[in-house]
Design a protein around this ligand. Structure first.
Ligand code: GRF
Length: 195
């Protein structure tokens, strides 16, 4: 059984979609949820779903102890689902090619520092783009830069505000993120990465 660890800072609607998708899945399970915010909605979700959780600070994220603690869960993938801190180099090195992120726009456009949540959708609207979408990518040492695994597109409608666009993007995310995780896990046969 593959083990998935989710990192999230917010509400956790993507985390919820992933947990739901893998609830009875024979291939994988969500084994831990990590957040940088003690009041994040995703922690309520973890409690409700009986999934262990952990709140971290920046120092912890860089520490060898934290890496070792996560390795105990033998994660095949660490999934960033709305995790707002930059991932430190030490952590990227420890879990190279096992960390993926979802970004609510078509990278490389509308990525980088400060480009999260509604800022992204607002920027797409202000640029007058006719389409937007999602990007699922590997995480490397540079913000929103790692190899792209999947992009999916949606229309930007003339009457859209950031909320309306965010809603359409979330629908795409909730469909494609669990399925992309499933696809990646189906390509991973290394027994040392499974539990
Ligand atoms: C998503 O739009 C994701 O693309 C971005 O952060 C948002 C998280 O939303 N990285 P939620 O907490 O999963 O609802």
């Amino acid at each position: 059984m593959h083990s998935i660890i989710i990192f999230a800072s917010g509400k956790g609607s993507n985390a919820a979609a992933i947990i739901e998708y893998f609830r009875t899945h024979p291939m994988a399970t969500v084994s831990l949820i990590v957040s940088n915010k003690a009041d994040a909605g995703v922690l309520e979700l973890a409690k409700k779903e009986n999934i262990p959780s952990r709140v971290i600070d920046r120092e912890t994220l860089k520490s060898a102890e934290f890496v070792a603690m996560l390795e105990n869960y033998k994660p095949s993938l660490i999934v960033l689902a709305g995790f707002l801190w930059k991932i430190p180099d030490e952590f990227v090195v420890a879990f190279r090619n096992r960390i993926i992120n979802i970004h609510p726009a078509l990278l490389p456009a509308f990525g980088g520092k400060g480009m999260y949540g509604h800022n992204v959708h607002q920027a797409v609207l202000e640029a007058g783009h006719k389409e937007s979408g999602i990007t699922i990518h590997y995480v490397d040492e540079v913000y929103d830069n790692g190899d792209i695994i999947l992009q999916a597109r949606c229309k930007v409608c003339p009457q859209d505000d950031a909320d309306a666009l965010a809603k359409r993007i979330h629908t795409l995310e909730h469909f494609y993120f669990p399925r992309t995780i499933e696809f990646l896990l189906s390509q991973t046969s290394d027994a040392t990465n499974t539990i």
